[in-house]
Design a protein around this ligand. Structure first.
Ligand code: GAR
Length: 432
């Protein structure tokens, strides 16, 4: 489930409409985890508490960022938040920010246009149609991409207060939940909710042309869960055991990422080394190295081996599975970076079954998904879509379009649990 934070300043009827949409399953692909207000007296805070949602007051952008770090939402909704957020905040907040505005943008919007003033301006101008707009927030007040609009008729005897009320009820309270659900669906990588996808790879291009990949681990057994990913030398990523070291590590300890000569190899097993060595010794490549390998020997599941490689010109994906219908179970796919804002996801298991039954392998080809521009938002959303019970680790890397530099994000569940335990301890303990 994608996590949503809502910023408010006043009454909070839009916030209430979102809570209501959650109850009625209109908002179902994301859920509100946090409400933040700049105004301690905002009635919206009471509504949040009543709904059992964490509610905080934050006066500065730094305070808001600190609160957001605790819940890592991928989407922030400004629902009657009457302060302008700075460009610096928008860059640092690791989420997509959307706003609801009570007019049809580009009319009656911009600096100083909020609340009743918008409706006064509409009546003074004499428009016969007004409405509401949901848009992405950027550094220009009310200037970001429009996501949805809904019109409302202006009546001859309208006062600003009557018009405000009608726009709220007829447009805002319908448009905001509906648009938010659509946005959550677009950002959701798992189109069908799977509690246990196993290990997974996402590979693609951001809207501004940055090649990217993500590798995630979910685990069910204690051994599988007692792991974390760590950044390794030469731009690689390794796995470290965090629990009992006297266990069979053959399938759980490997390098999920290795880089050689501008080729980035990603996989869920020791096939990373086969592909890497082939390139290093100049005697093999991605396909040849994998054709010598098979699915994992972990009966009864026979977990597929999933692998990918990014090169500056194209990327390759592979699934080796125990399934005679799939061409001996060895499948290769390719993609280019031309289709910006899109990529593919594939993972080891198709659906959840009981603990004792065989986990069915991922079916078909990698599934197309949307990739966002903001690495933090992408990483937060993917991490939040993995179930708290099974998620172990997530690594995300976005390259620059020329492949020369990169930015990354790394989340480990064991670190989060550690933080949660520390947070629960009394203050004196923490200082000790
Ligand atoms: C809403 O009409 C919202 O569109 C507006 O403030 C009101 C908050 O009502 N926002 C702006 O004007 C932003 N420029 P609420 O607190 O009852 O949801």
């Amino acid at each position: 489930m994608l996590k949503i934070a809502v910023l408010v300043s006043g009454n909070g009827t839009n916030l209430e409409a979102l809570f209501d949409a959650q109850k009625r399953y209109i908002l179902r692909t994301g859920h509100i985890v946090q409400v933040i207000s700049n105004n301690p007296k905002a009635y919206a805070l009471k509504r949040a508490k009543k709904a059992g949602v964490r509610a905080d007051v934050a006066k500065t952008e730094e305070e808001i960022l600190n609160l957001l770090r605790e819940t890592k939402p991928g989407i922030i909704v400004l629902a009657g938040y009457l302060k302008i957020l700075s460009a610096d905040f928008l860059k640092r907040c690791d989420a997509v920010v959307i706003n609801i505005h009570p007019s049809l943008i580009p009319s009656f919007c911009g600096l100083g246009m909020y609340g009743l003033k918008v409706h006064e301006a509409a009546l003074n101008y004499g428009v016969k149609l007004t409405g509401a707009t949901v848009h992405v927030v950027n550094e220009i007040p009310d200037g970001g991409k429009i996501l949805a609009q809904m019109p409302v008729k202006v009546e001859d005897d309208d006062t600003p207060e009557i018009l405000q009320q009608r726009v709220l009820e007829e447009a805002e309270h319908v448009l905001l939940p509906r648009t938010l659900e659509k946005l959550c669906q677009a950002k959701s990588l798992f189109k069908i909710k799977i509690k246990y996808p196993g290990r997974g790879i996402v590979i693609g291009t951001s809207p501004s042309g940055c090649p990217m990949f993500a590798y995630f681990i979910t685990g069910r057994s204690e051994t599988s869960k007692a792991r974390k990913m760590i950044r390794a030398e030469n731009d690689g990523v390794d796995i470290k055991i965090t629990g009992d070291e006297n266990v069979d590590t053959s399938l759980i300890l490997y390098s999920p990422v290795k880089v050689i000569n501008k080729r980035i190899i990603i996989s869920n097993g020791d096939q990373t080394d086969d592909i890497y060595n082939g390139y290093k010794n100049n005697d093999s490549d991605f396909i040849r190295a994998l054709l010598k390998r098979d699915y994992e020997p972990d009966a009864p599941h026979y977990t597929p081996r999933i692998s990918a490689m990014l090169s500056p010109e194209f990327y390759l994906m592979s699934i080796l599975r125990r399934d005679l219908l799939h061409n001996e179970g060895k499948n290769f796919y390719q993609g280019s970076y031309k289709k910006k804002g899109y990529g593919f996801i594939f993972h080891t298991y198709q659906k959840d079954v009981g603990v004792t039954r065989r986990l069915p392998s991922f079916e078909g080809a990698p599934k197309p998904v949307e990739i966002s521009d903001n690495i933090g938002e992408f990483a937060n959303n993917l991490w939040n879509e993995l179930s708290d019970e099974y998620k172990v680790s997530l690594y995300v890397r976005y390259y620059s379009p020329d492949f020369k530099t990169y930015e990354d994000r790394l989340f480990n569940r064991c670190d989060e649990i550690q933080n949660e335990i520390q947070d629960e301890q009394p203050k004196e303990d923490k200082q000790a």
